[in-house]
Design a protein around this ligand. Structure first.
Ligand SMILES: NC(=O)c1ccc[n+]([C@@H]2O[C@H](COP(=O)([O-])OP(=O)(O)OC[C@H]3O[C@@H](n4cnc5c(N)ncnc54)[C@H](O)[C@@H]3O)[C@@H](O)[C@H]2O)c1
Length: 249
């Protein structure tokens, strides 16, 4: 499916985890809509591969190796920004799935540090670099349906993603007067490396549960991000948009 036709000419986005999967598609969508994008990702291999794939957009895109769990790494990346930021997409995330009985302290800490503290680190360090001239400043946080409803084997991930929703609503209240909207997207099951790590029978069972009878694509999520980032979405603030094919109806 082609992307919706929004224009981001003269606008800049920072996309965390933007070198792969959903984040890569978000990056590509902004670039195709004429925007500049700074990709923050910690994977050297993913950054290299994205750089090659996006060579035709080289004047519009900056790649920076950043670990969102590290405040210092975020601060350094902020100093290197080529453009002031109009749109921040907090997308970087990991899973360390295990039933609660088997989940280790490390599994818990890794996921909370990346999927929740990472958003604080990035949003906090970037907050001074938002484009003060921009009337439409946007923060879009990628949560998950499991943050709304829980999921077997994902105590750490569901807690982090629920935390993202609390953070989104609070920042929506605090920053609304300063020209920001802050929203979350709760994807359902999207076909990426993250879901491909799951057993095939689990994926088939997931698809069978979705009323539209398929897993989502990365474009399904990128299209929702484009809309929330657009000027047309100016009055949407503190919302959690489920993009899940009706999984949780
Ligand atoms: N795939 C799904 O079904 C699904 C469903 C709901 C929510 N999500 C969320 O969507 C987001 C993207 O998921 P995906 O499926 O594209 O995953 P992915 O693993 O394909 O990509 C995640 C990207 O984040 C980067 N990253 C991870 N930790 C990082 C860190 N500490 N610092 C910087 N970059 C880091 C990785 O290098 C990678 O490029 C995640 O927040 C995920 O939780 C995914």
């Amino acid at each position: 499916m082609s992307n919706l036709q929004f224009s981001f000419k003269n606008k800049s986005a920072v996309v965390t985890g933007g070198a792969q999967g959903i984040g890569f598609q978000i990056t590509l969508s902004f670039l195709q809509a004429g925007g500049n994008v700074t990709v923050w990702d910690y994977s050297e291999a993913a950054l290299e591969s994205a750089k090659k794939e996006l060579a035709s957009f080289k004047d519009q895109v900056q790649f920076t190796q950043v670990d969102v769990t590290q405040k210092d790494s975020c601060e350094k990346a902020v100093q290197a920004l080529a453009w002031p930021c109009d749109v921040l997409v907090n997308n970087a995330g990991i899973t360390r799935d295990k039933s609660f009985g088997k989940m280790t302290f490390e599994d818990w800490n890794d996921v909370i540090n990346t999927n929740l503290t990472g958003l604080f680190n990035v949003t906090k360090t970037l907050s001074e670099k938002f484009n003060t001239a921009s009337a439409h400043k946007r923060i879009i946080n990628i949560s998950s349906v499991v943050g709304l409803y829980g999921n077997f084997g994902q105590t750490n991930y569901a807690a982090a993603k629920a935390g993202v929703i609390g953070m989104t609503k609070t920042l929506g209240k605090e920053l609304g007067r300063k020209g920001f909207t802050v929203n979350a997207i709760a994807p359902g099951f999207i076909a990426t490396a993250m879901t491909q790590a799951m057993p095939k029978e689990t994926l088939d069972a997931m698809a069978a549960k979705v009323p539209v009878a398929r897993l989502g694509s990365t474009s399904d999520i990128a299209n929702a991000v484009m809309f929330l980032a657009s000027e047309q979405a100016s009055y949407i603030n503190g919302a959690v948009l489920s993009v899940d094919g009706g999984l949780v109806i």
